[in-house]
Design a protein. Sequence first.
Length: 156
Amino acid sequence: MSDGPTTGLQPTGLQSMLCFDLYAASRALTAAYRPVLAPHGLTYPQYLVLVALWNDDDVLIKDLATTLHLDHATLTPLLRRLEDRGLLSRVRSRDDGRAVRVALTAVGDELRSIVDDVHCAITDAVGLDADERAAVQDALQRLVVSLSGQPAGQGA
């Protein structure tokens, strides 16, 4: 009985697939954020939007989408929900009426105080030391660059 053609590739079971490990890790990490963010009424994607704006406020939506590696159709509902909660505002750009800028409100900026608690809780949950976290992040950032053909942080 033959094991099939020899191609030099690893077996195709889920446990041998990098994509599955990334998928499972992403789901597990997102799940770890849920109980930490729930008291603040935030989902993980909403939290990422706020973190991006805490670092670079009053930006064009297209630039925010690039930063977050999201398409416009995915980002727009997130922004709408955050705007409905009074955490950010969207206004047409004065320079280009077709472009929309997004900025934190005072209420959205006040939520910045949760960052340290969230970071500590997730760091504990991940269970990696600083060197291990840095190595994982480096590998993931190289993977994004390799797969997207763009420098890290420039969209995927």
